[in-house]
Design a protein. Sequence first.
Length: 529
Amino acid sequence: MAEQVSSDGTRKWMLRMDEVQGIETVYIPEPDRGTLCISSQVGCAMDCSFCSTAQQGFNRNLSVAEIVGQVWLAHRELAEARITNIVFMGMGEPLANYRNVVPAMRTFLDDLGYDLSRRRVTLSTSGLVPQIYKLAEECNVALAVSLHAPNDELRNELVPINRKHPIGELLAACWHYIDAQNGRSVTFEYVMLDGVNDKPEHARQLARLLKGRPAKLNLIPFNAFPGTRYRRSPAAAILKFRDILNDHGVIATIRRTRGDDIDAACGQLAGRVTDRTLVRLGTKLTIGRRPHRCRACSHNSDFKKASPAVTAGTNMQLAIEYMKLGKLAASRDFMERALSQDPGNPDVQMTAGLVYERLNDMPKAQRAYSTGYREGKGDPNIENTYAGFLCRTGKAVAGEKLFNEVARNPLYQTPEVALINAGVCVRETGDVVDAERYFNRALAIHPNLPEAMLQLGNIAFDRGDAAQARDIVKRYLAVNPASSEVLWLGFRAERKLGDATAAAGYARRVQTEFPDSEQAQMMRSGVDR
């Protein structure tokens, strides 16, 4: 098992199913609830073109024990944190694993199981119509449907199962489910793809489909992944789309993206799928077995050339991975390929800016960041990245102002991240009072944010309040996994307070749990001892 923790408190576990296969499970904390997003299959065969999981192919169904085991493990790992909701929105199509998913859901609902309300267990499906009818007779849970398009022509492209079960059939099954289960409404999920399904006429078509029905629409800003050809709709387009639906009497909300910095957001879960089968409209191609190619043929669909945008995405990801390894020359080479292939992509430009900044080529970094900001203006994630660059290059006032604009943007899904960034920015200028204010505002949104807690602990220690720093460290460790930085702070605080035993305990944990960290190296060299 491997675990990652997002800056917004989201936690993702990669769970090994055997020697090579893996799935992912995500816990999303909120002030009033805790949602666990679980997987039902190793991979997915539905082939939705905008979803990272679908691009990994399909290996097998999870057993009842493997599905329930994700909840058991999360309970064990989370300790004090509550799981109030369970959603089948991880890897896989739940209704394609009907025989195992339904018994698992019954365990979640049972008084002797997890005793959850039927409205707190949600099954999300891409639209397997016969199984929706069957589910209506056998298990009462909340139903969510991945719609993503208002007409069959577009949905055939985005969600290929629509070619077998078109929208008319799917909606009829949904209304039957609500009638049979005496339910409140069906939640329809709709990912916002720039220039694809986000136009005003698409909103009006949706309104005609859903008006007067027991339905609510959840608009999901697209979460990019390496190699995708899609981009997130601009903030203004998403807001206008929502307003059109609301004006036509359809309840529409914008989903707040969580965990995108650890690839735990909607559509980003990929797990580890090997020995997989890619399903493409009834044909199967086993990965690892290269199909025969007719050299005399002018067309071969298995060997279509990737689009420049897809190739640029792949090169961008390679640049990021080489940068993580410290191989900056290789990173620059792949980044420049990506720039030549998709120069108008703001994500490519922003990543190029970071690579050039690491290489200390500031003129090129400035040019790339500025281009990315111009191309992606209105996208709060792009603006957040650009604000960070402004702060790092001595333009703290402009950076702080932009961070505040991002935090106020209703489409920015993690305003607490922008607030933390603003706090770090002003703290670098020596403005500790405003920095504390930003970190406390972030904690008001999410009380257990590790970065905000660590920053406040360091501020307390720096001003000589070791007792407050110690309290913050204890609070941090009670709700978050340990990090070398927080253990180092705990060591210094206890040392200053004269508790040699507690200080030694923190020192031992740094050396054993994070032996390669900067803090462990400082301890070995006798710094701050």
